[in-house]
Design a protein around this ligand. Structure first.
Ligand SMILES: *Cc1c(COP(=O)(O)O)cnc(C)c1O
Length: 236
């Protein structure tokens, strides 16, 4: 399993170089290991290297792995589209949800959060370029959703999450991440108190860190290309 070891170190190298280029302390940036379609044994290996936070997109797949890895103190982040019939399972078993994109879902997550688990950390998924095919909230919808979520008793609003469209140039990548950063600044001036920018993946984490990402979500650079992703997606 030295390849996973090397990959994990290589990703941290990239994070460190980008932080340095951005003039930011590397301690401001956390790595979410995106482990969708990755079997529990490989997650365990990365956990042994010191990785605590893992991101999953499919509820049933995640619950199976959580059971296999229950002896480890891991932090589980839900990053896939939230279906309303999955909100109880998500609120019960996850520590974070990055993909809240409407009040209905936030309300159900808050109602279902077991008291003994403390507040559920959430990010609002944004779609600032207005791509019709993408989930996510537009800039115009954000202020109302932020205040509505902040009023919910069992959620803690942590920040914004973005999956911008793939761009070929660093300048174009940075422009999209900069728009997310500006939204957080604008909303924080209105009292949102958000500390998280969840943005940047294998292909563009450097650009995201240049624009203030506090959490990068990395899958294929850590675990290799996903071959089963499409099959899984149609199953859920
Ligand atoms: C799969 C996924 C990632 C990781 O993407 P890679 O390109 O494999 O690093 C990050 N965020 C979300 C929401 C994902 O679904």
């Amino acid at each position: 399993m030295t390849t996973v070891n090397n990959a994990w170190q290589a990703v941290w190298q990239r994070i460190e170089s980008a932080a340095q280029a951005a003039g930011r302390p590397v301690t401001d940036i956390s790595l979410l290991a995106v482990s969708k379609t990755v079997e529990a044994a490989r997650i365990r290996h990365v956990a042994q290297l010191g990785q605590r936070a893992f991101g999953e997109n499919y509820v049933q797949e995640a619950l199976d792995k959580m059971a296999d890895l229950a002896d480890l103190a891991l932090e589980w982040h839900f990053i896939g589209p939230v279906q309303r019939n999955k909100t109880v399972a998500i609120a019960t078993h996850f520590d974070w949800v990055h993909s809240v994109d409407r009040f209905l879902v936030a309300n159900r997550l808050s109602a279902a959060r077991p008291r003994e688990r403390g507040l559920l950390n959430v990010c609002i998924q944004v779609n600032l370029s207005g791509e019709a095919t993408k989930s996510g909230v537009t800039a115009a919808e954000l202020p109302d959703l932020v205040s509505a979520i902040k009023a919910l008793p069992n959620l803690r609003l942590r920040g914004l999450m973005a999956i911008p469209r793939p761009e070929k140039t660093v300048a174009a990548q940075r422009a999209q991440f900069a728009a997310v950063r500006c939204e957080r600044e604008r909303l924080n001036r209105l009292g949102a108190e958000m500390d998280t920018l969840s943005m940047g993946m294998s292909a563009d984490l450097e650009s995201a860190i240049m624009e203030g990402a506090t959490l990068v979500r990395v899958g294929s650079s850590l675990f290799g290309e996903r071959i089963r992703a499409a099959a899984k997606e149609s199953k859920e």
